[in-house]
Design a protein around this ligand. Structure first.
Ligand code: AMP
Ligand code: MG
Length: 500
């Protein structure tokens, strides 16, 4: 295993060079072998558990590592902070897989940096395990996400309101470039670095954007043109549509969609206060610090638009020297983004109902169902599973035939409308529903119970059992049933915290 250092090559404006701080007793707790295999990392727990503990705690540097803490700014709950940056993370370098895709390898909880402010640079074991479980679940659900390669216990205490065992997580991401990374340079009016960052992001994520050939108005080959920047922005927007629509499909509430937690790659990043929705309600919030419900489930489409508008602010000087011209060019992309989000959201929602393509009347069909679900507090995951389970040609035929003239409840009326819509091919509808609606999600009460058991006993077998189920969210395994139940109290008193 050997790392390269593409981000390091951008130069010192982009980061501070800093080494992970050694830990007392590194012990490898979790190792993501499937992920290691896709990355071509041929280390295994049987032979190398001790070595893996050393590498993924930061006690021993992987060959080629040039550790850095990345600089970024960010809007946190709408308020701009010009100086955030990796306060407890070290980007060790990157690795390129067999398909030619490059991945960042980052340690989190690995000690302080120039950007730590008053933080201790550390991470507690509970949030580290939580990030591993949640990100693996999201990956298996088909949601774009950063992933965890390893969790290593440090043997050191981390002090929060009381001492907790500490851990280091290794995060793998297509990159760690955030909206806040662009903001860092924009607020400093450092246009050269902004251009460098944009070029880097294009080369890493959107190599189909041809910088050299599109630079019609640039004399020097390879200079970024205004059109390149617009193409880049459009490509980023497209990734965010897929991301947020995927969250809405599975009931994920990110909880802290600050611009520093919004990755350009369109991957879910920062699993601190995230949670899953139980019964459908668009205002669902679990994060204890989100007092105004800014990041509620049903607000996430609006917030991603706000975050992308902040990215647009940063890119304006790269689109055109004349700000009015730049604005006139970038604004239609944001309008298109709003339309795309809306369209792809409803397309996804009708897929959940077994309908392949949006047609007239479908938006009302979706909205009416959600209104019923919200009023009757129906579980977002279970309700779609039940609709699919109860679906058969015979049921559809009989309801359609027998309902003429009879008094129907609101739910029966909705069912009849839906049945009429899918009556042409009920079995195809069922196949699509089973692909779109997970049988199981990482429900908050199971996640918390299993993390508590794992930490108290030090025995991770319950966690591994849970992970096996979460890694097959569309398959009914023998153990799946044990994790499908909604919490008896609807998670009424459940609160999440920014996982430090
Ligand atoms: P987050 O809430 O995790 O998105 O982090 C926001 C900012 O706080 C980032 O700059 C983090 O690096 C920093 N931060 C969070 N926790 C710590 C910590 N324990 N020590 C130092 N910096 C931290
Ligand atoms: Mg963050």
């Amino acid at each position: 295993m050997k790392l390269s250092n593409q981000y390091h090559e951008l130069g010192k404006n982009f980061y501070h060079e800093t080494f992970p701080a050694p830990v007392s007793e590194p012990e490898l707790l979790l190792w993501n072998n499937p992920l290691a295999c896709t990355l071509g990392i041929n280390l295994s727990t049987e032979e190398d558990s001790e070595l893996l503990g050393l590498y993924f705690s930061g006690n021993k540097l992987i060959e080629g590592s040039k550790p850095i803490a990345q600089a970024y700014s960010g809007h946190q709950f709408g308020h701009f902070n010009p100086q955030l940056g990796d306060g407890r993370a070290h980007l060790l370098g990157d690795i390129t897989d067999e398909q030619g895709n490059t991945w960042d390898v980052q340690l989190k909880g690995s000690g302080t940096s120039h950007f730590s402010r008053s933080g201790d640079g550390r991470c507690a074991l509970g949030p580290a395990l939580r990030e591993f479980v949640m990100s693996e679940a999201m990956f298996a659900l088909g949601v774009p996400t950063t992933r965890c390669l390893a969790v290593v216990a440090t043997g050191d205490a981390v002090y929060r309101e009381r001492p907790y065992p500490g851990a280091v997580v290794t995060r793998i991401a297509a990159s760690h470039i955030r909206v806040g990374t662009f903001q860092f340079f924009a607020v400093r009016k450092d246009i050269e670095s902004l251009k460098q960052l944009t070029r880097f992001a294009i080369e890493r994520h959107f190599p189909e954007i041809n910088i050299a050939s599109r630079s019609d108005d640039c004399a020097t080959e390879g200079l970024l043109s205004g059109q390149n920047t617009l193409d880049f922005f459009a490509a980023v927007l497209d990734k965010q549509v897929t991301l947020v629509v995927s969250w809405l499909r599975v009931g994920f509430i990110h909880g802290v969609m600050n611009t520093d937690n919004t990755a350009i790659s369109g991957e879910t990043i920062d699993y601190g206060p995230c949670a899953m929705m139980n019964h459908y309600h668009r205002d669902t919030v679990f994060s204890s610090i989100d007092r105004n419900a800014r990041y509620a489930f049903g607000n996430q489409s609006k917030i991603i638009q706000w975050n992308m508008a902040r990215l647009a602010d940063c890119l304006l000087p790269l689109v055109d020297e004349d700000e009015d011209i730049a604005l006139a060019k970038i604004t239609p992309l944001l309008q298109q983004f709003a339309n795309d989000l809306q369209y792809r959201y409803f397309e996804m929602m009708v897929n959940k109902l077994g309908i392949t393509e949006l047609a007239e009347g479908d938006i009302e069909l979706v909205n009416d169902l959600l209104a019923i679900m919200q009023e009757k507090q129906l579980d977002y995951t279970q309700h779609f599973v039940t609709l699919a389970e109860n679906l058969s040609q015979a049921v559809v035929d009989s309801l359609i035939k027998n309902t003429a003239g009879s008094e129907l409840s609101e739910q029966e009326q909705w069912l009849t409308r839906w049945y009429l819509r899918i009556a042409d091919d009920v079995s195809a509808a069922k196949v699509l529903m089973n692909k779109t609606n997970p049988l199981v999600i990482p429900r908050n009460h199971h996640v918390e119970r299993i993390l508590a058991v794992s930490q108290q006993s030090g025995d991770l077998s319950a966690l591994h059992d849970f992970l096996t189920v979460l890694q097959h969210p569309y398959d009914n395994l023998a153990q799946t049933k044990a994790y499908q139940d909604a919490p008896s109290d609807g998670d009424e008193n459940y609160h999440t915290y920014c996982g430090t």
